[in-house]
Ligand binder design. Structure first.
Ligand code: G3P
Length: 199
């Protein structure tokens, strides 16, 4: 229906909001794409513009996923919220405001998880923080946390969500291909804390 089509477009547009680019441009006159890893996400914003900007981008990127995923509840549409979450994730990674480029889908996927499974969202946050502390690499922490959440989804007897999570995990690995090369070569960017950084 027309209503469904419009809502899916809204989900895509919400996901498309390039918080990292906009916060950098508006408040710092800096293009995060020109610095650090060149990514527009939480990690690179934190790296380039500091804790405050990084935190704002993280909250925005999570919330746009949560909001998009919640659209069918707000507007009484009988379609799986996951479809809307996926449209937001596609927006985030192939943004209409960034020449169809974009981020690595970590925060926006987490935002979708917050809308459909808040407890697992909490687990995801704990995983991400713990593995970031252990490895001093957000990229590696993301690539460990996603498969762990997929395992928990299957253990929670939700094979449909688990399968979506598995596909999303593959997608996230593809988005992190440059990170994977850097990790293998031993020159991935480290966060300024954690076990590896201190060595
Ligand atoms: O959220 C993206 C993160 O996993 C890696 O970011 O900037 O280190 O490539 P970055």
């Amino acid at each position: 229906s027309l209503k469904l089509a419009i809502l899916l477009i809204i989900a895509y547009l919400l996901g498309s909001i390039p918080s990292g680019i906009w916060i950098g441009k508006w408040f710092f006159n800096v293009d995060v794409r020109q610095h650090g890893s060149g990514n527009i996400g939480t990690t690179n914003t934190y790296r380039v513009l500091g804790k405050k900007a990084g935190t704002i981008v993280m909250i925005m990127d999570i919330l746009k996923g949560t909001l998009a995923t919640s659209l069918p509840f707000f507007f009484n549409v009988n379609i799986s919220p996951i479809i809307f979450g996926i449209f937001a994730i596609l927006g985030h990674t192939f943004s209409i405001f960034d020449k169809f480029k974009g981020g690595k889908a970590v925060a926006t996927s987490a935002g979708m998880l917050l809308a459909i499974h808040p407890i697992l969202f909490l687990c995801a946050c704990i995983f991400e923080l713990s593995f970031t502390y252990i490895t001093s690499m957000v990229s590696l922490a993301s690539m460990i946390s996603f498969p762990l959440i997929v395992i928990l989804l299957f253990l929670d007897n939700d094979p449909w969500l688990g399968t979506i999570g598995l596909l999303l995990t593959i997608f996230i690995f593809i988005r992190h291909r440059k990170n994977i090369i850097r990790i293998k070569e031993g020159n991935e960017n480290l966060v300024p804390f954690g076990l590896i950084y201190n060595h």
